[in-house]
Design a protein around this ligand. Structure first.
Ligand SMILES: NC(=O)c1ccc[n+]([C@@H]2O[C@H](COP(=O)([O-])OP(=O)(O)OC[C@H]3O[C@@H](n4cnc5c(N)ncnc54)[C@H](O)[C@@H]3O)[C@@H](O)[C@H]2O)c1
Ligand SMILES: [Zn+2]
Ligand SMILES: [Zn+2]
Length: 387
């Protein structure tokens, strides 16, 4: 089959890859009909995450038609149309039983990413996301093996097209979990850092839950403009404003927001020193956005972090967070538990995640698609690839 294959930093190729084979009774083989490129794929593309091997197939946002099923698959049949969460979860372990699907302790034969790991189990396996997360082949491909198929894939009703439901695989539940973790409710004020797909999905979900005021911070004018137009956000461009956190304090009567959402993660721009330190691996992650979040959140508020972090950060003002009595919630998304209710919202027309799509391309053109999305070219918001 054809797939998008990793060969090294900024070196991905569409080429022939091995056809997936079922190895467990509850596996399925999916014929992919649509797949997307995620901001998380850009961390891999830029060579910022260890654990990839040349030849690995990338991609964790995908959907399609069930091509083949193992003898242990009870919930799906050949020909079913499904969207697949990026988190691979067994559904039965200590964590899955508590709906903490991204913490599944059965699905990841890899090491996971914790530095001070000791004997703790790693987080769940992820599609196309390095051998730290199990080395599973991803879905930017014609076909993909989906393990634990009785737990992950969500069967889709008739009448919805691929673009309406594709983002149930990752960024929509991620935005939803971000606002739930932030305690966002009717009347809340929210600050979202990062006007990318995860930031926009967070804004959409904050609106859904009745947030009153949403600030959004980035430095790409076209991305900020979309957040203003689509979700009624108040935009702050950090290239034009020295200190976005102070700006948010001023605009909220010096209290700050009820919740801050870090939809940027460890490659945050804004501090040259930290960017260089992170590149030299003296620093695990750039802490710019976390500092802005802590400073922009009111006393007793919550900092919610869907953006990916790795390792340590020196400039993390834990004392400030203590003084303000802040709460922190973060981590990979527990997709499986959130997908059914989000599907309802899509069916009822309350969420239209497909609005962010700007680029529709062939899988064969995936290399160009990575260049466009990573380079923020052609005002790219989100790319959907079709095999
Ligand atoms: N928790 C999860 O399960 C999960 C799921 C999906 C994505 N993610 C992570 O969420 C993050 C965002 O993903 P995305 O798809 O929106 O990526 P993206 O790269 O398209 O968008 C990130 C945005 O952040 C902006 N940015 C950079 N530095 C900033 C700063 N200092 N302040 C404000 N904005 C800044 C960039 O200009 C860009 O527009 C990534 O770290 C991704 O890995 C996590
Ligand atoms: Zn993702
Ligand atoms: Zn599990």
């Amino acid at each position: 089959m054809k797939a998008l294959v990793y060969h090294g930093t900024r070196d991905v190729r569409v080429e022939q890859a091995p056809d997936p084979v079922m190895t467990q009774p509850d596996d399925i083989i999916l014929r992919v009909t649509a797949t997307a490129i995620c901001g998380s794929d850009l961390h891999l593309y830029r060579g910022k995450v260890p654990g990839l091997k040349s030849g690995d197939v990338l991609g964790h946002e995908f959907m399609g038609i069930v091509e083949d099923i193992g003898p242990g698959v009870t919930k799906l049949a050949r020909g079913d149309r499904v969207v697949v969460p990026f988190t691979i979860s067994c559904g039965q372990c200590f964590y899955c039983e508590q709906s903490l699907y991204a913490s599944c302790e059965k699905s990841n034969p890899g090491r996971g990413a914790i530095v001070n790991k000791k004997s703790a189990t790693p987080g769940a396996g992820l599609f196309g996301y390095t051998h730290l997360y199990g080395g599973y082949a991803g879905g930017q491909a014609e076909y993909v093996r989906v393990p634990y198929a009785n737990v992950g894939p969500l069967k889709l009703p008739q009448g919805l097209d691929d673009e309406q439901v594709l983002f149930l695989s990752d960024i929509l539940p991620t935005g939803y979990q971000a606002v739930l973790n932030g305690g966002v409710k009717r009347g809340s004020t929210v600050a979202i850092f990062g006007a990318g797909p995860v930031g926009w999905m967070s804004a959409a979900c904050a609106r859904l839950l009745g947030a009153e005021r949403i600030f959004i911070v980035d430095h790409h004018p076209y991305r900020l403009r979309f957040a203003e137009e689509a979700y009624g956000c108040e935009a702050i461009n950090f290239d034009e404003c020295d200190d976005p956190a102070e700006e948010i304090l001023v605009r909220t009567g010096h209290h700050g927001v009820d919740a801050s959402i870090d939809a940027v993660g460890f490659e945050a721009k804004g501090s040259t020193v930290e960017t260089v330190a992170a590149n030299l691996k003296i620093e695990g992650s750039a802490g710019t956005v976390l500092r802005w979040c802590i400073a922009a959140t009111r006393r007793g508020g919550i900092v919610s972090v869907p953006g990916v972090y790795a390792g340590w950060i020196h400039g993390f003002l834990f004392g400030d967070a203590f003084d303000k009595g802040l709460g922190f919630k973060m981590g990979q998304t527990h997709c499986q538990g959130l997908m059914p209710e989000l599907l309802e919202h899509i069916m009822e027309g309350r969420l239209k995640p497909q609005n962010i799509i700007t680029h529709r391309m062939r899988l064969a053109d995936a290399v160009q698609a990575y260049e466009i999305f990573e380079g923020r070219k052609e005002e790219c918001r989100k790319v959907v690839l079709r095999p």
